[in-house]
Design a protein. Structure first.
Length: 225
């Protein structure tokens, strides 16, 4: 994927991208209930994934033991976002403090986790943005283990593929399928531009009922790309 797409995504916000998906009729890409737990910064980048299952479900393999999340960090490039599926129902951290430091050192943009995260104070100290389902003090060791790295995951009901794009801010987490990224970004840029013009109109004294009138509603109607 062209690095320019990620650069363009970083200039947007989650709501503009969500509106663009609606406009193009692309459904099911907004993950709900993943709170912004550390840092107030927006994140945007390519997705690197890993998926967890209850302990004991993954056959033992020869070779050095790797703690969950470490392989994903090594695979990721600076600016990427780690996306974790931990929907086992077991209360256990799917991300922690040492992983946060490893991600920060690598220059990763942040973490999105559908599951509990621990050591959140450390992530805050490192200014590493973490979006997750909940917080816990419980370790993953002996409770959950890594089943797959950089494969498809399910995050808040959204199927996410490695290499997809994600943008997350205080409003929510939105995923963009890699194959639709150009069309989605173009639509989001158009929407953001229109809304910037509306803001200028309001500041110039135009009534809000006129600014947010028929044209605004039509702007958000689904359209084919």
């Amino acid at each position: 994927m062209n690095n320019d797409l990620v650069t363009r995504l970083r200039r947007l916000d989650a709501c503009a991208v969500s509106d663009a998906l609606d406009r193009l009729g692309i459904d099911g890409q907004v993950a709900s209930g993943l709170g912004q737990r550390s840092s107030g910064r927006r994140i945007a980048g390519r997705v690197v994934t890993f998926r967890l299952v209850p302990a004991g479900q993954v056959p033992r393999q020869d070779g050095p033991v790797r703690h969950l999340g470490t392989s994903a960090i090594e695979l990721a490039q600076a600016g990427d976002v780690i996306v974790v599926e931990q929907r086992t129902g077991v209360e256990a951290g799917c991300w922690g403090g040492i992983l946060s430091l490893g991600a920060k050192v690598k220059g990763l943009a942040g973490v999105v986790a559908d599951g509990p995260v621990r050591d959140i104070d450390e992530a805050r100290a490192y200014d590493l943005p973490v979006f997750c389902r909940s917080l816990t003090a419980r370790t993953a060791r002996g409770r959950v283990e890594e089943a797959a790295v950089n494969g498809p995951v399910c995050i808040g009901g959204v199927t996410v593929q490695p290499g997809d794009l994600v943008i997350a801010d205080a409003s929510g987490v939105v995923f963009v399928p890699a194959g639709r990224a150009e069309a989605v970004l173009a639509a989001a840029e158009h929407i953001a531009g229109r809304e910037a013009a509306m803001a200028r109109d309001l500041l110039a004294g135009r009534p809000v009922t006129e600014v947010m009138g028929r044209d605004y509603e039509h702007m958000l109607r689904p359209q084919a790309d």
